[in-house]
Design a protein around this ligand. Structure first.
Ligand SMILES: O=C(O)c1[nH]c(=O)[nH]c(=O)c1Cl
Length: 312
């Protein structure tokens, strides 16, 4: 079965890659992704300056395989590290490179975008509007006018097709309002849904203590427990953005959840928590599982069922 796809005009041999933030902060991790069964790779969201991020423990899987909680705090090498990585990247091999930018201000995003545009590289830029873990920095994705203003500045600068990483929304009116903004920008080619479900609180019964250290234990939720919210956001934007694509992320632990994301409308599928727990060998497993499901159902390509979720 054919798992290949196209996102923002570039071809991926298969729909799978890492969720930004997982296995992608350093070039050794990115090398492992290049050598894995993934169809692409995306870098850790970059800020203008290098950041250590929040104090540990700042990531934990939750008991029973239900998911994870993280309050990493945007640790990254600083955007020049990723710009240099993108400059030396071998674009003749099969996997396209996505670069995630998460400036702490619009001015920082402008400076980083300008540097990448001047370098004129084949990588695809993705602007992260949804980091929930920087104390004092509200998520732009939840301030729709501010996100619109940022896009009004950034889209013309980027010129080429680019994407944005969105937080989960939970209200139909918000799907409508965000889609109205996204549809204004022709070169905004795709949205990646969802980032972690912000500011959950995991507490240990025995110690009666929050699991992670930053922000009194408040952090973004990921993994299987956010699957249905992820599917809703993928499908809501798939229905509302007819000339754009949706990359689905959230709750993918096997070929089954990947199949559901594509059925909901995803053009590509990213994996975070499960990749963090299993490592890049996971991609070969999940590709096989998706192909088995497709073969059982008689689908030859992911294009045969993308967005075809039925309703009652
Ligand atoms: O704490 C983080 O680094 C982080 N964690 C997330 O769950 N999503 C993000 O976009 C980021 Cl930037």
């Amino acid at each position: 079965a054919d798992l290949s796809t196209t996102v923002a005009g570039v071809h991926l041999d298969n729909v799978f890659f890492n969720a930004s933030g997982v296995w992608c902060q350093h070039e050794e991790e990115l090398k492992a992704l290049l050598e894995s069964g993934s169809g692409s790779l995306i870098t850790k969201s970059a800020t203008f300056e290098h950041r250590e991020g929040n104090p540990s423990p700042r990531y934990l899987p939750l008991p029973g395989g239900v998911g994870s909680i993280n309050s990493m705090g945007l640790p990254n090498e600083g955007y020049e590290y990723y710009l240099n990585y993108a400059k030396q990247f071998d674009y003749t091999q099969a996997k396209p490179l996505f670069i995630s930018l998460s400036g702490l201000s619009l001015a920082d995003n402008v400076k980083m975008v300008t540097a990448f545009v001047e370098a004129d590289l084949p990588c695809i830029l993705e602007v992260n509007f949804s980091c929930p873990n920087v104390p004092g920095k509200p998520q732009l994705g939840y301030d729709i006018d501010a996100m619109d203003a940022a896009l009004a500045t950034l889209a013309p600068l980027i010129k080429k097709p680019f994407g944005i990483k969105l937080p989960p929304y939970f209200d139909i009116a918000h799907f409508d309002q965000v889609a109205a903004v996204v549809n204004k920008y022709d070169n905004l080619a795709y949205v990646t849904c969802i980032n972690s479900v912000g500011n959950g609180l995991a507490i240990d019964l025995d110690t009666e203590t929050a699991l992670i250290k930053p922000k009194d234990g408040f952090g973004g939720l990921g993994g299987l427990m956010v699957l249905q919210t992820a599917l809703a956001n993928v499908n809501a934007f798939y229905r509302r953005l007819p000339n754009k694509q949706v990359i689905g992320v959230g709750g993918v632990v096997s070929g089954k959840e990947a199949f559901l994301h594509i059925l909901a409308g995803a053009s590509a599928v990213q994996i975070g928590t499960q990749l963090k727990e299993e490592g890049p060998a996971m991609f070969d497993r999940i590709k096989k599982e998706l192909q088995e499901i497709m073969e059982k159902k008689g689908y030859k390509s992911v294009n045969d069922f993308r967005g075809k979720v039925k309703t009652l």
